[in-house]
Write a protein of this length. Structure first.
Length: 156
């Protein structure tokens, strides 16, 4: 197997996870295992194999940008780094989707923002957390203003 073959395979696994996460029926608990655990788990396993079998080949390190550049000059380690991103972004996307489901954010809104997690990682995750905070604030802020309260703050 070549790095290019594994790159394409990892991309297909990640894309399958994202499509299932965005379009799949999350109301089915068993179905959620695919994009949240099984497919990221396959990517994590592939990452582990690459790191355990190829890391010793690399030069460089993590102490400076130049060392990281040198480390990722090795195609196998560059591939491992890419799979690291694919796995983490999918796991974070799945966790955030669950949070937004619990917060009551609709699937259409999630479907518009989840691709940003896939494409832009931390920026997309930040936007999803912001959406969750705004939604929760509006939901519970409005609910507290609409609920009848006695003069001392007790519920009637």
């Amino acid at each position: 197997m070549t790095p290019d073959f594994l790159f394409a395979l990892a991309g297909q696994i990640a894309m399958t996870g994202w499509v299932l996460l965005i379009l799949g029926p999350r109301r089915l608990p068993w179905f959620n295992l695919l994009p949240a655990f099984i497919l990221p788990g396959v990517l994590c396993l592939l990452y582990a194999v690459l790191v355990l079998t190829r890391f010793a080949e690399g030069q460089g390190g993590f102490g400076s940008l130049s060392e990281v550049r040198l480390l990722f000059a090795n195609d196998w380690l560059l591939l491992a780094g890419w799979i690291h991103y694919l796995a983490f972004d999918l796991m974070v996307g799945a966790l955030l989707a669950v949070r937004l489901d619990r917060a009551g954010v609709g699937r259409l809104m999630q479907g518009a923002i989840l691709p940003l997690v896939f494409l832009f990682g931390p920026l997309g995750a930040f936007l999803m957390l912001l959406l969750e905070a705004v939604h929760m604030s509006l939901r519970f802020g409005l609910a507290s203003r609409l609920s009848p309260r006695a003069p001392h703050g007790e519920l009637v």
